[in-house]
Design a protein around this ligand. Sequence first.
Ligand code: HEC
Ligand code: HEC
Length: 346
Amino acid sequence: MLRKKSHILLIVVISVTSSVFILDACKKKDVLITTPLQFKIPAGWPQPTEYFVNNPVNEETFQIGRKLFYEGKLSKDGNFPCASCHQPFASYTTFQHDRSHGYNHSHTLRNAPGLLNVAWLNELFWDGSQDHLYVSLTHITRPDEMAENMDTVLQKLRNDTSYIRMFRAAFGDNKITGLRLLKALEQFVAFIITDNSKYDKVMRGETTFTPAEENGYTIFKSKCAVCHKEPLFTDNSFRNIGLPIDPVLKDYGRMRVTGDKNDSLKFRVPGLRNVMLTSYYAHDGRFSDVGQMLLHYAGGVQHGPTLDPLLVNGIPLTANEMSYLISFMSALTDASVTTNPRFLKP
Ligand code: HEC
Ligand code: HEC
């Protein structure tokens, strides 16, 4: 009899603890289950710089980032979502604009860079003034861009049930915070990777260059690749290529960040992937096509104390060489990244 009792007691204890355990597991399941998403580094590429610090990658967070990228509520008057300046079809630049439009008829100081392979950039912006992919905060608050403040943005999002639902799915509760917003945008932007241009296919042995592209590649390797280093077509350094300063914009580039006059007129070497889709060119978009950029290297380089030593004689180029270089740069086009539905407005 006694024995029987203790048995029952044991069974009760076990069943109570196990049901508590199951309940607990269910609760955790509700909180933690997200859809895994893998950040793939293309074969032969270096490790990226930005690698989602305290920002676990998953589909739910990525999708919040995607929605936010097209979200007018991030800007003061609703008209300037990220995608108004970073237009996917123009390879995430502002289509055929030297500089972008911002709030209240203002203009940005610089040409909007294409947001390609940004996870590999050491420092962001033309002058490297941002060192983290949380650049969205800068954009949201700049008066000549989105002209909004984070608190108001968060208020607007908290009034939107679709965001409440999405934040709960990604983070386990419905708190819409500034940090979570920045993390989601970081994930969206970092996943815009281009590694499937003709150039990449040639490098992988899947196809071959035309003779013109091949000639262009040879010239590129000898005259351009030191700065526009493969496979990202930038070495992430800041350099002065001898562009005369714009007397109105007075943009001294890297010097604005470091305060060092040795950095005057230096700008980050831009990656050249999709360069044929990203007009205009240079930090202030002063050139409307790449041909003008090449004419600059061949004959327009202005001397000055911080001019890059590689460019003291410019880069002599014949008309034929220019045309080969343009053929090669056309082989850097990867239209899939600009049309991939995954990155388009949800
Ligand atoms: C009003 C136009 C405008 C809007 C809106 C805008 N950007 Fe930008 N973006 C720019 C410009 C211009 C730069 C370059 C700034 C500089 O170099 O000073 C830039 C730079 C960047 C960079 C760095 C790229 C690089 O190569 O260094 C990232 C990343 C970026 N933007 C993401 C975003 C995100 C995310 C949003 C939305 C939260 C956004 N942008 C909204 C114009 C804009
Ligand atoms: C000394 C380093 C260096 C060399 C060599 C060099 N570039 Fe550049 N390139 C830069 C920098 C820095 C910029 C941005 C300058 C700026 O905007 O002030 C740039 C800008 C460009 C741009 C504009 C890209 C954009 O998105 O706006 C193109 C195109 C370009 N270079 C092509 C070439 C080609 C082709 C060659 C070889 C003939 C070459 N570069 C040689 C450093 C270099």
